[in-house]
Ligand binder design. Structure first.
Ligand code: F6P
Length: 339
């Protein structure tokens, strides 16, 4: 049996651990990698994967297969090209490693009759029906370390520093990094606030302690703004605009309105780069091994998932049906430490 693997969407620490897990768990299957995600599937760019190719790669960030944000279903004749290439290469099954967008495409190929397994990936941790996606733990650690470091400089200069973290629809990274590093206010897409409400918290904090660090997710929108802050002219194949700039926006407006000195920092892709934590290496490895096991059992149309400490599998469409966002109770807990 020939099994193809691809990694799609934003890269994520732990992707290589999944690839290695898949290759190591093979029996008599032959594993090939599709280069650059769905782009390579459309173009037919394949590479043979062996024990040698995956030696030690679980220690590395990024993905040895490369990635893209290409959507074959938004390309004329795209799905047919993918299917023709898979057929030409004699591929019997496909393991797609990706977030919501990549898995939605995988689910469509599954509905068209191809044998597909999904592996959930995103630093944002917003894939539904899995407790965690790998990459998230690494991103939270990097974010928490950055917020820790901003505390001392904010304090020395008696400033408010706004630090922007990735998180398009879900504020998991910002919430957990902020909570771990003691941010004085955490702003996430799930719970909008008005500028006046933000000022109220910060004014109290500044009067008492004279400095503050605010963790804000890139997808946070103050209640009075019509749209999220970002580059609306740049939209990817899945219809997402390029986000970024909310920390700068808030820093400017709050300095204007309060007179407190502010600064802003964008962590952006720093959160995604570099070597995965031990947790993400292990989660990625377990996902990869389970994905190959499902292939061997002929259990297709499924997504591997973490439930408690167990690796399970669920129908692929459950993973892409909704987004997992931060629940109100969790945000309430974080709120206890604001100010
Ligand atoms: O993969 C999800 C994500 O990390 C989002 O949080 C962020 O908005 C996006 O990727 C940025 O991706 P790109 O690499 O295309 O700039």
């Amino acid at each position: 049996m020939r099994v193809a693997v691809l990694t799609g969407g934003g890269d994520c620490p732990g992707l290589n651990a999944v690839i290695r897990g898949i290759v190591k768990a093979r029996k008599d299957e032959e594993v090939v990698g599709i280069m650059r995600g769905w782009k390579g599937a459309v173009e037919g760019t394949y590479v043979r994967l062996s024990d040698e190719n995956v030696e030690g790669i679980h220690l590395l960030g990024g993905t040895i297969l490369g990635t893209s944000r290409v959507n074959p279903f938004s390309i004329e004749g795209g799905p047919e090209k993918v299917e023709a290439n898979l057929k030409k290469e004699g591929i019997d099954a496909l393991i797609a490693i990706g977030g919501d967008d990549t898995l939605t495409v995988a689910s469509k190929f599954s509905s068209r009759g191809f044998k597909v397994i999904g592996v959930p990936k995103t630093i944002d941790n917003d894939v539904a029906n899995t407790d965690y996606t790998f990459g998230f733990h690494t991103a939270v650690n990097v974010g928490a370390d950055a917020i820790d470091r901003l505390q001392s400089t904010a304090k020395s200069h008696e400033r408010i520093i706004f630090v922007e973290l990735m998180g398009r629809n879900a504020g998991w990274i910002t919430l957990e990094a902020g909570l771990a590093a003691g941010a004085h206010l955490i702003l996430i897409p799930e719970f909008p606030r008005t500028i006046e409400e933000i000022i109220e918290v910060l004014d109290k904090r500044m009067k008492a302690k004279r400095y503050a660090v605010v963790a804000v997710a890139e997808g946070f929108k103050p209640t009075e703004l019509e749209q999220v802050v970002g580059d609306k002219t740049s939209v990817d194949a899945f219809g997402h605009i390029k986000l970024g700039g909310i920390a700068h926006y808030l820093a400017e407006i709050i300095e204007q309105k309060t007179g407190y000195e502010t600064r802003s920092v964008v962590l952006g892709h720093l959160l995604r780069g570099g070597t995965p934590t031990a947790f993400d290496r292990i989660l990625g490895t377990r996902y990869g091994v389970e994905a190959m096991r499902l292939v061997q059992q002929g259990d297709f149309g499924r997504m591997v998932a973490l439930r408690g400490n167990d690796i399970i599998s669920i129908p692929l469409q459950y993973g892409v049906a909704t987004k997992k966002v931060v629940p109100y109770e969790y945000y309430k807990l974080a709120e206890m430490f604001f100010g």
